[in-house]
Design a protein around this ligand. Structure first.
Ligand code: PLP
Length: 358
């Protein structure tokens, strides 16, 4: 297997892929693959419901929350959120932390009034705003936050208290990488393709009372209420993706739940950040240490030439995905839940070797 540091779609746990492979053609003696089955049948519905229950169970089963499966990735959520939650006379509040927060805000601007509640643009998004500096507008419909900026490599370690204003969080690149208190959020969402499963489905965990009604003028598929009323089975769901999510959730349970994966993730990230910090300036972390992400580790070398050489040499050694996002350049190691510690160890050995052979 490659040492896969892709930012997304990203590595899946090998055990999950192997289990899915074993039942790929004949799902539990049904004579069919799960992806060939009717989404109205008992076999698929059991998987669908199990995935929802497992997810809530990993989050401690707080009451009043529902799990929805929606197609169109996290990017469709950028639009659905203001469409469903931003009423006349209110402003959608956003914390501006980088590339993904910016995309979310741009969609809200298409729908109605917006307000930037805090921004770290001044630092070129290399450090996160302080929670105490987040200023909601008086007419805030909700506050939107990006817990982990995949491109810049920042991650909130804590979340603001927004009182009665629903806190909505894009957790696409760090969902289920650590425990968090769902009760502090009105809604949490993520494209599946980093920590949850294959691309093609976004997972939305939302307080039911926020979506018991949706604006009547919205198209059916863009109303959260449609997914709530029909248990995300209004139309044909991305059934294979949801099956894979259920398998990934089982794997997380086996790893000791969210505390277990957090422990692994901290060790992996510390290993790589230490290699950067102890390189005598050869490697330079991009992000202010207090805002660093445990999921996406961004770093640079002295010149772009040297970075190109690094990527080329790494690919020869079986590493994948270490080139930074095209919009910011540099280097990035994405170390989601499924990236084994051994891959991180191989990376720091490679970094050391590359440095010493310059
Ligand atoms: N939000 C974050 C933080 C992301 O990292 C990404 C994708 O990389 C997205 C949103 C967009 O997700 P999708 O491609 O599922 O629309």
């Amino acid at each position: 297997r490659a040492f896969n540091f892709n930012a997304g779609p990203a590595a899946l746990p090998l055990e999950v892929l192997e289990r899915a492979q074993a039942e790929f053609v004949d799902y539990r003696n049904t004579g069919m693959s799960i992806m060939e089955m009717s989404h109205r049948g008992a076999v698929y519905e059991a998987v669908h419901n199990e995935a929802q229950e497992r997810l809530l169970s990993l989050l401690g089963n707080p009451s009043g929350y529902k799990v929805l499966f929606i197609q169109g990735g996290a990017s469709t959520q950028f639009a659905m959120i203001p469409m469903n939650f931003l009423g006349q006379g209110h402003a959608a509040n956003y914390v501006m932390t980088g590339s993904w927060a910016d995309k979310a805000l741009k969609e809200a601007k298409l729908i109605g009034e917006t307000h930037v509640a805090a921004s770290s643009e001044e630092s070129k998004y290399m450090s996160l705003p302080k929670l105490a500096d987040i200023q909601l507008s008086d007419n805030a419909a909700y506050l939107h936050l990006t817990s982990n900026e995949t491109i810049e490599g920042t991650q909130f370690k804590d979340f603001p208290d927004t009182g009665a204003v629903p806190l909505i969080c894009d957790m696409s690149s760090d969902i289920l990488s650590r425990p968090f208190d769902l009760r502090r959020f009105g809604m949490v969402y993520a494209g599946a393709q980093k920590n949850l499963g294959p691309s093609g489905v976004a997972v939305v965990i939302v307080r039911e009372d926020l979506i018991t009604d949706s604006p009547k003028h919205l198209p059916t598929m863009l109303r959260y209420n449609t997914y709530l009323k029909n248990n995300s089975l209004y139309n044909t769901p991305p059934s294979f993706g949801i099956y894979m999510i259920n398998e990934v959730l089982k794997w997380i349970e086996e790893k000791g739940g969210l505390a277990g994966v957090q422990d692994m993730n901290r060790k992996k990230a510390a290993l790589i950040y230490d290699a950067i910090d102890n390189s005598g300036g050869f490697y330079r972390g991009c992000v202010n240490p207090d805002s660093r992400s445990d999921m996406n580790i961004t770093f640079r070398l002295e010149t772009e030439e040297l970075e190109k050489e690094f990527v080329k040499a790494s690919e020869k050694e079986g590493f994948v995905g270490l080139k930074g996002h095209r919009s910011v350049g540099g280097l990035r190691a994405s170390v989601y839940n499924a990236v084994p510690y051994e891959s991180c160890k191989a990376l720091v050995d490679f970094m050391e070797h590359f440095k010493n052979n310059r």
